[in-house]
Design a protein around this ligand. Sequence first.
Ligand code: C2E
Ligand code: CA
Ligand code: CA
Ligand code: CA
Length: 278
Amino acid sequence: AKREGGGCSVAYAPTLEVNSSRLLMLEDELEQALEQGEIIAHYQPQLDLQKGALYGMEALARWQHPRLGLLGPDHFIPLAERRAMIRRIGARMLELSLAQIAQWDVQGHAVPKVAVNACALELNPGYLEMVLRTLKKYGLAPQRLEIEITESVLCPDGEMAVGVLRALRNAGVQIAVDDFGSGYSSLGQLRKLPLSTLKIDRSFVSEIVNNRADCTIVDAVVKMAHSLGLHTVAEGAETAQQLGVLKQLGCDAVQGYVHARPMAALACSAWLDERTAA
Ligand code: C2E
Ligand code: CA
Ligand code: CA
Ligand code: CA
């Protein structure tokens, strides 16, 4: 909230100053954090709604900060995107995620795929080359990796990004569009992208039980996605009721607190162990 003028700004200004100086401080530290391995991945399971089987894991960036503790992506991803440092974070997340799924294979956990986030800025020929090289390094089929992008790659100067996505898709890597419905593009426009999966934004899922319009929209999105040959993953389901509606609507998979929160690698392996034992 922005407050201007009057007595309010006097009370509010110090907080603003603290926040912006903290941001500057983090900017300096981020470079070092990468080198010291403080940027780590947490993993959140996605479950097949119809069969209950594990569908995949999304890797989510965290900064294990020595003084401030565990920081979520909102604290450093926007910062990194401004400074193109996002490419190095993306490379690190890719390396961690593929190493992890290979390790889960060794441990006997069949994790079908791991999904990593990428922004338009990262999608250049170097990214393509890095993805293929890292898949090879861990002996993984390209289908085990999904790249999550947002509709923003459809921006006027996103041509290179779209080209890189096509090449990735041709190589067998899966492509998901993230937060679907929260942006401005239609499914028609999205057909320009070589997609495999559509992730339905949490804002629709959170109201799906009580809001008829949201339910109708999700129904239509699932039907259209399926007729285009795309899978659907609903984001941010928190209740069993929401799961029930999503299942009825024929959604393929769900990622949300109702199943599990994002977990550190070790906790995630324990979660997998428990499922296998059950
Ligand atoms: P996202 O890709 O939409 O990721 C899903 C976010 O929803 C995650 O927040 C996750 O913790 C949260 N979430 C999952 N299930 C639930 C639920 O049931 N309820 C609620 N309320 N929230 C849920 P997180 O980890 O804070 O990530 C925020 C965003 O940061 C991500 O949104 C993604 O856009 C970005 N991000 C994370 N990691 C990376 C990365 O490695 N690279 C890039 N470029 N962006 C990243
Ligand atoms: Ca995502
Ligand atoms: Ca999302
Ligand atoms: Ca989101």
